[in-house]
Design a protein around this ligand. Structure first.
Ligand code: AR6
Length: 177
């Protein structure tokens, strides 16, 4: 059975899911937007684990398009999966990197046995990606990964911060159906 793709308008940090995906940066050491909010609400355990990752396998940081899991601290989740979206460019097509964030996050989610995964709209805030294009890429990448790599994930939830983002994802989902 293929997993369900659902939409919620709200705050990612308030969601209950096995894994919450963070729109992080390569440093893994926090920032603004979703990243700052997840660390604030999840508490210091997340940053401590990120620091350990930086001291070990990810000495140079997490490359764009990749994903890695940590504890979720006090969040209502078992894991935070950190992924680094590409910065929007008007001159260079970086869509494959944005798609990779979703694919790699779902792979990490499967590896930790997550059944429910909640995503923000990666790269659409500080990193400047236009919402309609980002929504199309996100929906397509998630559907494709779920179809090609069946695993434990039963629900992928996009959590959109405002009505406009929610409607844009709704349209992207309908267009893909
Ligand atoms: N819940 C759901 N969506 C949110 C929330 C929230 N609590 N807060 C913001 N958004 P951004 P990026 C939306 O900037 O573009 C950080 O500093 C927001 O409206 O969080 O990938 C990192 O450390 C937007 O639509 O992520 C990086 O340096 C979307 O989430 C950089 O920002 C993503 O916005 C990453 O930039």
């Amino acid at each position: 059975m293929t997993a369900r793709v659902t939409l919620v308008r709200g705050d990612l940090t308030q969601q209950r899911a096995d894994a919450l995906v963070n729109a992080a940066n390569s440093s893994l050491l926090g920032g603004g937007g979703v990243d700052g909010a997840l660390h604030r609400r999840g508490g210091p355990a997340i940053l401590e684990e990120c620091r350990r990752l930086r001291a070990g396998h990810y000495g140079k940081g997490l490359p764009t398009g990749q994903a890695v899991a940590t504890t979720a601290g006090r969040l209502d989740a078992a894991h935070v999966i950190h992924t680094v979206g590409p910065v929007w460019s008007a001159t260079e097509d970086r869509s494959a990197l944005l798609a990779s964030c979703y694919r790699e996050s779902l792979r990490v989610a499967a590896a930790v046995g997550a059944r429910t995964v909640a995503f923000p709209a990666v790269s659409t805030g500080v990193y400047g990606w236009p919402m309609d294009d980002a929504a199309r890429i996100a929906v397509h990448a998630v559907r494709e990964t779920l179809a090609e790599e069946p695993g434990p994930v039963e629900e992928v939830r996009f959590v959109l911060f405002d009505d406009a983002a929610y409607r844009t994802f709704e349209e992207a989902l309908a267009a893909e159906a």
